[in-house]
Design a protein around this ligand. Structure first.
Ligand code: FAD
Length: 374
């Protein structure tokens, strides 16, 4: 697997880093880079080989997210919720659902997204309002989702909707293919303008009497949606932590190079202790965050519960990345604040790690609850 990671690293150095700045500033979807990721098999990282995927372990999977994010975090975004869709179908889908969706997802003929968050709130998942009601042998979905990544370029979504009473037990997950529902019943909003995470599109998704067939219900039974998605988010959090490490690593690499070139008071700024110590702290914190996400991934690989470790990894890595990207701007001085260097992009991308896949406030609660209960 180290060979695959090495291949991705080369792809990032040769093809991503030279092009990301222009694509990002133009907020352009990176079609050519996404095609290359498909050629490398990255859309099937978490899909077993029997369904045409690479069948990677969680550790390798996360390390690839780190490598991609070192080049451009949005590329990992294209694969992030796609991977959660694959995970949910792989872990909880019926045999028929796995045969139907996993091969095209692995081959990138279908590209996935997760439709969980709603306009009135993303943290309080148990109280989601979108509804699904039975219609003959199918289901009809109604409701609005907000902040959904991979709309527009994506074509299959795992959608969480209420099929029963209030609370987590009343939620179910559905696989909805954009091109297989009646026109006008699944409406994508205009892409949101964002601080960072550009290129990849994020928008609302409105379901207006959107009919799907009976096979769309994940696992074939109602009431398991909350647990299915929370399990998917555990993997998502490990990958967000890995992305944060990748962005922080890019910030460190750029800062190290700049600190050895830029001369003030007659010597390279790396020889000023204040700058050297910033670099030392960045490198140390990156290493610590990497150990946290690798530890969580290894627990998942061993088949153990890893919600505590995934939450800790995401919390620590995201806050570390926010600090490291600000340090990188400071090390670059005035130039760091301009769009002629990449550090301003890293700084704009970093806050999403604190908010996405469970805000850090919610994760602190998750961690504290687990500490008290164990
Ligand atoms: C660029 C981007 C892409 C995204 N992509 C997706 C996607 O693909 N699919 C998807 O489903 N969602 C996606 N999201 C949504 C994201 O997961 C939510 O924004 C996040 O879960 C927070 O939900 P919210 O924005 O509704 O904030 P709210 O839930 O309204 O929270 C607002 C603030 O209150 C705090 N808060 C809320 N409740 C508590 C509490 N009990 N204790 C302490 N603090 C609390 C929160 O931490 C936060 O600081 C995306 C968001 C962004 C910005």
């Amino acid at each position: 697997m180290d060979l695959l990671i090495e291949t991705v690293r080369r792809f990032v150095d040769r093809e991503v880093r030279p092009t990301a700045r222009a694509l990002e500033h133009a907020d352009q979807y990176p079609h050519a880079l996404v095609e290359r990721m498909a050629e490398l098999g990255l859309f099937g990282m978490g899909v077993p080989a029997e369904f045409d995927g690479l069948g990677l372990d969680y550790e390798t999977y996360a390390r690839i997210f780190e490598e991609l994010s070192r080049g451009w975090m949005s590329l990992a975004g294209v694969l992030g919720t796609h991977g959660i869709v694959c995970y949910v179908i792989r872990e909880f889908g019926t045999d028929a659902q796995k045969r139907r969706w996993l091969p095209p997802l692995a081959q990138a003929r279908l590209r996935g997204g997760l439709a969980l968050t709603e306009p009135q709130g993303g943290s309080d998942v148990a109280n989601l309002q979108a509804r699904a009601h039975k219609d003959g042998d199918g289901w009809i979905l109604d409701g609005e989702k907000q902040f959904i990544t991979n709309t527009h370029e994506g074509n299959v979504f795992v959608v969480v909707a209420r099929t029963g009473a209030a609370g987590a037990g009343g939620l179910s997950a559905f696989v909805v293919e954009k091109d297989r529902v009646a026109a006008g019943t699944l409406i994508e909003g205009k892409p949101l303008g964002k601080l960072g995470y550009k290129g990849v599109k994020t928008s609302s998704l409105t379901f207006d009497g959107c009919r799907v067939d009976g096979d769309a219900l994940v696992g074939g039974e109602v009431g398991h949606g909350f647990q299915q998605i929370m399990s998917g988010l555990e993997v998502g959090r490990i990958n967000v932590a890995a992305r944060a490490v990748g962005v922080a690593r890019a910030a460190l690499e750029d800062s190290l190079a700049y600190a050895q070139e830029r001369v003030t008071f007659g010597r390279p700024i790396v020889e000023h202790q204040a700058i050297a110590h910033k670099l030392a702290d960045m490198a140390t914190h990156i290493e610590a965050a990497r150990h946290l996400y690798l530890g969580a991934a290894r627990k998942k690989d061993a088949g153990e519960r890893a919600d505590l470790e995934a939450a800790m990894a995401k919390l620590f890595a995201s806050e570390m990345c926010a600090r490291a990207t600000l340090d990188a701007i400071e090390i670059h001085g005035g130039y760091g604040y301009t769009d002629e260097f990449d550090v301003e992009r890293y700084y704009r991308d970093a806050p999403l790690f604190c908010v996405g896949e469970g805000t850090n406030e919610i994760l602190r609660t998750v961690i504290a609850r687990r500490l008290v209960r164990t």
